[in-house]
Design a protein around this ligand. Structure first.
Ligand code: SF4
Ligand code: SF4
Length: 87
């Protein structure tokens, strides 16, 4: 997505609903941008590198996680964040 806003001002990354996550590892295996790390003790993903998430990408939350445990901001919220960060 084309914008002049600094990436660290755009809070675009997945959030994990720990109650829905089953620890299947699919998000961790899927994301080539290494946004997720894996907590071996808890058997759960961790959003370790949130700002490496590609702005506008929602693949893990819309397609990869079958439990509905991942979510992103809405596109409306993204637009508002980008406008604010570009000012
Ligand atoms: S939305 Fe895309 S880039 Fe971001 S964590 Fe998920 S798969 Fe990776
Ligand atoms: S894909 Fe969903 S259920 Fe599987 S580890 Fe990731 S967040 Fe948890």
């Amino acid at each position: 997505m084309d914008n002049k806003a600094p990436r660290n001002k755009i809070n675009w990354f997945p959030s994990i609903d720990q109650d829905k996550c089953t620890g299947c590892r699919e998000c961790f295996k899927f994301c080539s941008h290494k946004v997720f790390d894996w907590d071996e003790k808890k058997g759960r993903p961790v959003v370790a590198n949130p700002y490496d998430c590609v702005v506008g990408c929602m693949t893990c939350s819309t397609s990869v996680c079958k439990q509905g445990a991942l979510s992103h901001p809405t596109l409306k919220q993204l637009k508002e964040m980008m406008e604010k960060a570009s000012q």
